[in-house]
Design a protein around this ligand. Structure first.
Ligand SMILES: *Cc1c(COP(=O)(O)O)cnc(C)c1O
Length: 357
């Protein structure tokens, strides 16, 4: 076998690292912000019935326009959104890739505000879009001045705003999003992967009259559906037409469509654990200072905490005890997902023991 370096790979991919959150089967896995509560059995049964019907027709290509799914997603979102406003793909990562294939690409720039979701810059790289960055203020908060200043300075074709932001949990005021929109002629995409955990208004409330605003969501987090791979976006119908130009035909399999439609019919039950997860998130924020750590405010289902003398060492010690959290590469910090009450207890108890409290 030859090595990657010896292959005639694109020059701009040389030396890059793939996304690589560990997937180890330790007892307590709180590292990728999944909903750790299993899918309710009656919903699972309904999904399987729907999959069985889809399998019987699997000799044919699936509905390329995934019309039933788009209607179900529009109903779920509300805010006057209809099926014509909806796009979907195999995870919101693929949705973001479609967005950069259509609106980014070689010779174009996408602006982001690190520390933010690591896939944003990786998808930029994969689509040949130049990743440019702006600064966040104290505690990672983004103000109108920060965003507008960075847009004027970098003149991006696409702006990625993450609300609430991963990995910091920081919410983003919708006035900042509106100001970003007014400051650019380009696309403004708001990644709302964690919107169901946040209490402020969604960027969906800004869609009316803003044809360059895109709001992406996912079924991977609050909706407890990470394994199915379904992300989506709401925007002006013209944007959806642009995304049709770059998607591969039949990109959403009949099984994915059937599973997602069936799950959306049980949205209330699928989201029943969100309030409980918020309780566990707030419990960690309350408990961490007594253990000597500094949690940041979070509007998502995870907590970033500072005051960690050696993040890699603490990560490794927790891992050895069967608790997997995330070293996101921010000096002095680690990130932990809010799991079930039992998982949260194990995390806090183990951390207390390791920290000598
Ligand atoms: C987890 C996450 C996603 C979700 O990706 P999927 O491909 O839908 O699983 C998107 N954006 C952010 C900020 C995330 O943290």
């Amino acid at each position: 076998m030859t090595s990657l370096d010896e292959l005639p790979i694109r020059d701009d991919l040389r030396g890059k690292k793939p996304y690589g959150a560990p997937q180890d089967l330790v007892p307590v896995r709180l590292n990728v912000n999944e909903n750790t509560h299993p899918i309710p059995e009656d919903v699972a049964t309904d999904i399987v019935r729907s999959l069985a019907r889809a399998v019987l027709g699997a000799n044919r290509y699936p509905d390329r326009e995934f019309t039933e799914l788009r209607t179900a997603l529009a109903d779920y979102l509300g805010h006057g959104v209809t099926a014509e406003n909806i796009w979907a793909a195999n995870g919101s990562n693929e949705v973001l890739q479609h967005v950069l294939q259509a609106f980014g690409g070689p010779g174009r720039r996408v602006l982001g505000f690190p520390p933010t979701y690591s896939m944003h810059s990786i998808i930029a790289g994969g689509t040949g879009t130049t990743w440019v960055t702006g600064e966040r203020g104290p505690d990672y908060v983004l103000t109108e001045a920060d965003v507008v200043g960075a847009i004027r300075q970098t003149r991006p074709d696409v702006v990625f705003l993450c609300s609430p932001n991963n990995p910091t949990g920081t919410p983003l005021d919708i006035d900042v999003i509106a100001a970003a929109y007014d400051a650019t002629d380009g696309i403004v995409l708001v990644d709302e992967a964690y919107a169901e955990f946040a209490s402020g208004p969604s960027a969906l409330t800004l869609l009316e009259g803003r044809p360059r605003l895109l709001v992406s969501r996912t079924m991977s987090k609050a909706f407890a559906f990470a394994g199915i791979r379904l992300g989506y976006l709401a925007a002006d119908p013209a944007v959806i037409d642009a995304l049709r130009l770059v998607r591969l035909p039949y990109h959403l399999s009949a099984l994915t469509q059937a599973a997602a439609v069936a799950a959306l019919a049980h949205a209330d039950e699928m989201l029943a654990m969100v309030d409980e997860i918020i309780v566990q998130r707030d419990r960690m924020i309350e408990a961490l200072p007594a253990l000597g750590y500094e949690p940041l405010p979070s509007a998502a289902n995870f907590v970033l905490f500072g005051g960690v003398a050696d993040p890699h060492a603490l990560f490794t010690k927790l891992y050895a005890e069967g608790v997997l959290i995330r070293d996101v590469g921010i000096p002095g910090h680690l990130r932990v997902t809010a799991g079930t009450e039992a998982e949260t207890s194990i995390f806090l108890d183990t951390l207390a023991r390791l920290s000598g409290r």
